[in-house]
Design a protein around this ligand. Structure first.
Ligand SMILES: [Zn+2]
Length: 266
C-alpha cells in the first residue's frame, strides 16, 4: 500500500495503520492479492479503506463486476446483454445523495390493476433488503412528483405501450443514474400492465435505477429475461460494495480521477 509516496504493508486482515494522518488529497494506492487495485485520495474521512474482492464465495467473479458495475447498457444495444460501448468502459453510476429515494406511480398506473401496483411495492422491498440500509427506496405513492434537489433522483413508474422500446420487443426499460451529480427523475416504463405485474421485470428495472447493469449469469435478476425474482448473494454483495464507492469510480477501482483529473490524462 502506498500513501503519499511511502509504502506500507497490510496486516493479515488486509488493514494498515498509518503512523500519522496523511494530508488531504494524498494519493493512496493499494495493491493486495485477491482484490481489485484501489487508487484513491485521502479526503480526511475514513482511515480504513475497504477493498473490492476479485472473487468471492457468493460466486462473484471479476467479469461479474465488470458487467454489473462498469459496462454501459441500454435497450438500444445489441443482444445478449444489450451492451453499448466497451466492456468495463463506463463509470460506476449511482446517486451522490443518500436521501431516501421517492418513487411515484405516474402515467398509465391510474388504471392499473392491483397486481401491477402491488408488484412495484414488492420490488422496492426486495431492493431495500439487498441494499441493507445503505440506501432506502420509499414505498411508491400516487402523489405528484416534486422538484428534486441536487443529487436526488426520484423514480417515476409509467405504463406506456407506445414507448419506442416496446416496438423493439422489450418488456420494460429502466433508466440508470446519470454520470455526474444531478437531480431529476429516472423513469421505469412497462410496455404492458402484464409486464408491470411481473416481479422479475420490476426488480430488474428498479435495480437499474440504482445503477446495477446487466449480468450474463442466468441465475441473476440482472440477466435480462432470466425470470429470477430475488437478488443472488453475488448481486447483493456488488450493490453493497457500490455503496462504499462514489459515482464516477472507474474499473478496476479508481476514484482518483474525479478528484485529481490531471493524474488521469493520457
Ligand atoms: Zn435491463
Amino acid at each position: 500500500m502506498t500513501v503519499d509516496g511511502a509504502t506500507f504493508t497490510t496486516n493479515s486482515a488486509g488493514q494498515v495503520t498509518l503512523p500519522q494522518r496523511p494530508a488531504d488529497m494524498a494519493p493512496i494506492d493499494i495493491l493486495a492479492a485477491g482484490y481489485l487495485d484501489r487508487l484513491t485520495v485521502f479526503r480526511g474521512q475514513d482511515t480504513r479503506l475497504g477493498l473490492w474482492p476479485r472473487t468471492s464465495r457468493t460466486g462473484l467473479t471479476e467479469a461479474d463486476t465488470i458487467n454489473l458495475v462498469y459496462t454501459h447498457v441500454n435497450w438500444r444495444g445489441a443482444p445478449p446483454l444489450y451492451q453499448l460501448g466497451p466492456v468495463g468502459g463506463d463509470s460506476l453510476r449511482q446517486r451522490s445523495s443518500r436521501a431516501p429515494v421517492q418513487v411515484f406511480y405516474s402515467n398509465g398506473f391510474e388504471g392499473a390493476d392491483a397486481r401491477a401496483i402491488d408488484t412495484q411495492a414488492a420490488a422496492v422491498a426486495e431492493l431495500n433488503g439487498a441494499l441493507g440500509g445503505g440506501l432506502t427506496y420509499l414505498p411508491p405513492s400516487f402523489a405528484e412528483i416534486p422538484a428534486s434537489n441536487l443529487g436526488e433522483l426520484h423514480v417515476a413508474l409509467t405504463i406506456d405501450t407506445t414507448h419506442e422500446s416496446c416496438a423493439a420487443g422489450f418488456a420494460a426499460t429502466g433508466e440508470f443514474p446519470p454520470a455526474g451529480i444531478a437531480g431529476g427523475t429516472l423513469r421505469v416504463n412497462y410496455c404492458s400492465i402484464r409486464y408491470a405485474g411481473n416481479l422479475h421485470v420490476a426488480i430488474h428495472e428498479f435495480a437499474q435505477t440504482f445503477g446495477l447493469r446487466h449480468s450474463a449469469d442466468e441465475n441473476d435478476v440482472m440477466c435480462p429475461g432470466s425470470g429470477v425474482r430475488a437478488f443472488t448473494p453475488k448481486e447483493k454483495l456488488v450493490m453493497r460494495l457500490m455503496l462504499q464507492r462514489r459515482p464516477g469510480n472507474i474499473f478496476p477501482d479508481t476514484d482518483a480521477c474525479r478528484w485529481r483529473p490531471e493524474w488521469c490524462v493520457d
